[in-house]
Design a protein around this ligand. Structure first.
Ligand code: SF4
Length: 578
């Protein structure tokens, strides 16, 4: 192949220190490019990305190599340094809306036509240079529509139950079938496969979606795939000191979350919450390389106390320490505290998310000020004296009183740390991390608007003033303008996707480009939606009754809480049918 002559050096820096790298000879195998359109460190910390990498490479007929985004540089694979144009299948792992633009930039830099129909217009089969582009990952099954013009096929939901069979099917048909025939065959055979070109979106004169029209012989909506149970819980397949979670062996305790926070899309699209058996978690932990001693447990808030005690015993026996990114303030048990104390961790994060008791009812967070203070004290006594507190601003119904209460809570946490610090001689500090709330598809707040930028900026000013004089406290805020862009994408459609592509090709900023494409970004981000409005992302069927989401939105506005999932009994949202 011509492109082989331009082969670039292998990214030896990353590979030299990485565990789990798969290097396969290409001869006779079907090459698959696995793309994470962001930095290596972020992608290699993503369990879903790692799982797909290991899973495809475990199939004898395939070789799967990784690509990451590097500022518009021509992309080459990490394992063999081959260019993107050498691969007939591209698997794109999408975790963040902000990565959508990176993906298109990566296609352009790699000499791949971004538009799906144009890419296949002049070919009778998918092949290197005119590859089959498959999208997956949580951002694509929350709302795939901004990427619909660019992706041939989305795998909607969790990869494990479908990917091996799907890949075998592709191996059989890729070189023989016309792209259209191949895609129809996939949709016929597999659930959870969404081919955007088989669906047309119809809009009214006001620019609002009125109808989603499916081609003949494809389902009206695409059901997502869910993993029922796991023999060996999901765990790290790749370990690297360069990853965001450096050399941290991640293990799932379950998947999904039972709490029903109204802002959290993952909490809805990963329903029902599933807790893995202790045996399958221990089986996953047993796969940890001997010299990796740091373990991160995901889904700790759902774990049964007795399971956590068993896992803690095992980890302590193995000389492991525990690490985690964020803890639920009401889930800090005795077992966890003893494990933390022995882990010698110095910092941890708690996410009250809403600044006031009232706002936490609105978002259904289900934790009280007392929970936060007890957690802070327990963590400080376990030796963790740097606490990060996560909050959002611009939440539905928020007022200045809520922001004032946020500051009061922060100060109480600070004083709690100081109190423990005086006894133990270790002075604590706080990072107050504040992000603008972005309404997401498939949540009760999908009907709500993103807050005006002036409101967000004033809230930040108010908080900045409030932390002045609060010793040992640092305020970190996001840029509301970036969150606004994210809000447009989060509830965007194909028109937004095409505007994103136009921006890459032109010289204007995204706001000017959108306006040039006849798109009103404020409308996408800030408009409140009515109960009956059809949404582009409803092409996906997550099994959630939209009346439930509307009902939850109304309860939020009335400041009413909803109890956590009980999958044995509950039929509320429509996901568990028993
Ligand atoms: S039906 Fe009930 S238990 Fe099941 S996911 Fe929905 S709210 Fe949770």
């Amino acid at each position: 192949m011509d492109s082989m002559r331009q082969r670039q050096p292998v990214s030896g820096d990353f590979l030299a220190s990485e565990k789990g790298t798969q290097r396969k000879k290409w001869k006779g195998l079907l090459p698959v490019a696995l793309i994470f359109p962001n930095r290596y460190g972020l992608g290699n910390s993503n369990l879903g990305f790692q799982l797909v990498y290991a899973l495809v490479n475990s199939l004898p007929g395939f070789v799967c190599e990784r690509f990451f985004y590097h500022d518009n540089q021509p992309p080459v694979s990490l394992e063999s340094g081959r260019p993107l144009r050498d691969f007939p299948i591209l698997l794109c792992s999408l975790s963040f809306e902000q990565d959508f633009l990176n993906l298109l930039a990566l296609f352009l830099a790699g000499g791949i036509e971004p538009l799906a129909e144009k890419r296949t217009a002049s070919t009778h089969r998918f092949r290197p240079g005119q590859p089959l582009v498959i999208g997956g990952g949580v951002a694509s099954f929350i709302n795939p529509e901004p990427l619909a013009p660019f992706v041939d096929l989305f795998v909607v939901g969790e990869a494990e139950p479908i990917l091996p069979q799907l890949m075998e099917h592709l191996a059989e048909h890729l070189t023989s079938d016309h792209p259209e025939v191949l895609l129809r065959g996939v949709v016929e055979k597999f659930i959870g496969c969404y081919v955007p070109r088989f669906y047309a979106m119809h809009y009214g004169g006001d620019g609002i979606l009125t109808r989603i029209e499916a081609d003949r012989e494809v389902p009206a909506r695409v059901s997502r795939i869910v993993l029922d149970k796991s023999q060996v819980a999901g765990h790290s397949k790749l370990l690297s000191p360069e990853a965001e979670f450096s050399n941290l062996f991640l293990t799932e305790l379950g998947r999904g979350c039972s709490r029903g926070c109204r802002f959290c899309a993952a909490g809805f699209v990963y329903r029902p919450p599933r807790l893995w058996q202790a045996e399958s978690i221990l089986a996953a932990l047993a796969e940890r390389p001997d010299d990796i001693k740091r373990v991160g447990l995901l889904g700790m808030e759902m774990a049964r106390g007795e399971d956590l005690a068993r896992i803690a015993d095992y980890l302590l026996g193995e000389g492991c320490t525990l690490s985690f990114s964020s803890l639920r303030a009401d889930a800090i048990s005795d077992e966890l505290c003893s494990l933390l104390a022995q882990s010698k961790l110095k910092s941890a994060a708690i996410a009250p998310d809403g600044g006031s008791e009232r706002l936490r009812r609105v978002i259904n967070k289900g934790i009280s000020e007392q929970d936060v203070l007890c957690a802070a004290e327990a963590l400080a006594r376990a030796g963790i004296n740097h606490l990060k507190l996560y909050f959002m601003i611009g939440l539905p119904t928020e007022t200045e009183d809520d922001l004032a209460e946020l500051l009061v809570l922060t100060d109480k946490v600070r004083k709690t740390l100081l109190g423990v610090g005086r006894e133990t001689g270790r002075m604590g500090n706080i990072t107050l991390s504040v992000n603008s709330f972005v309404p997401k598809a498939w949540t009760p707040f999908q009907f709500h608007g993103f807050a005006p930028l002036t409101v967000l900026k004033n809230s930040i000013k108010f908080l900045r003033k409030g932390v002045v004089g609060m010793a040992n406290t640092r305020l970190v805020v996001d840029q509301p303008g970036n969150a606004f862009y994210q809000a447009v994408l989060a509830r965007g459609d194909r028109k937004v996707g095409l505007a994103m592509y136009a921006m890459l090709q032109g010289q204007q900023n995204w706001r000017q480009t959108m306006q040039g494409c006849g798109i009103d970004p404020e409308g996408y981000a800030m408009r409140r939606r009515g109960q009956e409005e059809l949404f582009p992302w409803e092409i996906i069927d997550h099994g959630i009754d939209r009346r439930y989401l509307w009902g939850e939105y109304q309860k939020a506005l009335e400041e009413k809480s909803t109890i956590a999932c009980d999958t044995a009994q509950c039929r509320r949202c429509g996901v568990c049918h028993g």
